[in-house]
Write a protein that binds this ligand. Structure first.
Ligand SMILES: *Cc1c(COP(=O)(O)O)cnc(C)c1O
Length: 372
């Protein structure tokens, strides 16, 4: 008997998640020196973790023989202070990705509908299909979520609605009042998952706390992987009602968040100066990339995040060429955007290098013609 015939069909229908290529993989495959490679593919923080987070992580490592605090007590206390909410309104996950899966465990049954944008973060769809629910994908409008059409797509079968602002892979944020109005307009049988992975980069994001206080079914998701520069340590969290958090807590593993990550996250929250500097430098880097790409005649999508879409014509070709030069970006054909690449904002020097390599590629006569 074939092993595959024993498998839960939801597993076989899982679309592949294509992560940004790790530097060591590229070095190995292309015979390059890893120290010369830069990764602008996964929206990581080019300035690294905060020194205070790093020191806290080192200190926590000394107690590596002990299981972590499964309840993330100190971190949830600190988050409560940060947000003026109660500690039991926070669920901490192994990255916010884990919380996306917990939502599936808690809410999804085969045949349920889940409404999401297209293209949006692929994990929404992965989780939906894993639980044999139906992904109702609503095309973006001007690269941002089309909230009116998403509202209209909600049916009595809808359980979850995923919205990210700024959206990934496009970088476009919806207006705060539009998002709040959308959240208020959702029927009572629907849970809104509001993904704020890049919210720290946005000037005027929405505040969902009053809606949560009103009893609306909303879970907001945050991560330490982006502006806090701790992607390797896998810490994210959600905040919502006490009941929502308790339900998610029922389905998580007892020690889902490691102690080094907890300690680093705690310290990162205290280093507000570092986060502020990253925010400012990101804005400058975004402007640098926008200006540089405009000079090369490459259209971009106006981003509110730490990455942007660049319409290079042949996205796969640009990706391969840049990778060969030691600059890893993200091809987004799997998101239905074959003529684009997604570029994470790097340091000034990294951005310059990307622009120089792209310029060289664009100047070459033998490259494929734009698909558009
Ligand atoms: C990066 C990202 C996350 C964060 O993932 P972690 O698991 O916390 O690293 C969540 N949502 C979106 C849309 C993202 O781009």
């Amino acid at each position: 008997m074939e092993l595959s015939s024993l498998v839960n069909p939801s597993v076989l229908s899982q679309p592949a998640y294509e992560p940004g290529k790790p530097i060591d993989d590229v070095a190995r495959e292309l015979g390059l020196d890893p120290r010369g490679i830069i990764k602008l593919a996964s929206n990581e923080n080019p300035f690294g973790p905060s020194p205070r987070a790093l020191a806290a992580a080192h200190a926590a490592l000394e107690q590596g023989q002990l299981y972590p605090d499964g309840g993330c007590y100190a971190l949830r206390q600190r988050l409560a202070r940060e947000w003026s909410l109660a500690p039991d309104q926070f669920v901490v996950g192994n990255g916010s990705n884990e919380i996306l899966e917990l939502l599936g465990h808690v809410f999804l049954r085969p045949g349920d509908d889940v409404v999401m944008g297209a293209p949006a973060f692929i994990v929404y769809k992965l989780v939906t299909l894993l639980f044999a629910a139906r992904a109702v994908e609503v095309p973006l409008r001007d690269f941002g979520h089309d909230l009116e059409r998403m509202s209209a797509a909600v049916t009595p079968r809808t359980k979850l609605v995923f919205v990210a602002s700024p959206n990934n892979p496009t970088g476009v944020a919806n207006a705060a009042d539009d998002l709040v109005r959308f959240a208020r307009g959702l029927p009572d049988h629907v849970v809104l998952v509001f993904d704020e992975a890049y919210a720290e980069y946005v000037e005027n994001g929405p505040d969902m706390r009053p809606l949560i206080a009103e009893g609306r079914k909303i879970l907001c998701l945050r991560t330490f992987s982006k502006i806090h520069g701790l992607a390797a340590l896998r810490v994210g969290y959600g905040y919502g009602s006490v009941e929502m958090v308790r339900l998610l807590g029922r389905v998580r593993q007892p020690f889902n968040v490691n102690a080094i990550g907890q300690a680093a996250a705690l310290a990162a929250l205290d280093d507000t100066a570092f986060a502020e500097r990253c925010r400012r430098d990101n804005r400058a880097g975004l402007a640098q990339l926008e200006a540089g790409l405009a000079r090369l005649g490459v259209p971009t999508v106006a981003s509110a995040a730490n990455f942007l879409l660049a319409e290079v014509g042949d996205g796969a070709g640009a990706f391969a060429e840049l990778q060969g030069k030691g600059v890893i970006v993200r091809p987004v054909a799997s998101y239905g955007l074959p003529s684009y690449i997604r570029i994470t904002v790097g340091t000034r020097e990294q951005n310059d290098r990307l622009l120089a390599e792209l310029e060289r590629w664009l100047a070459r006569g033998d490259r494929a013609r734009p698909v558009t």
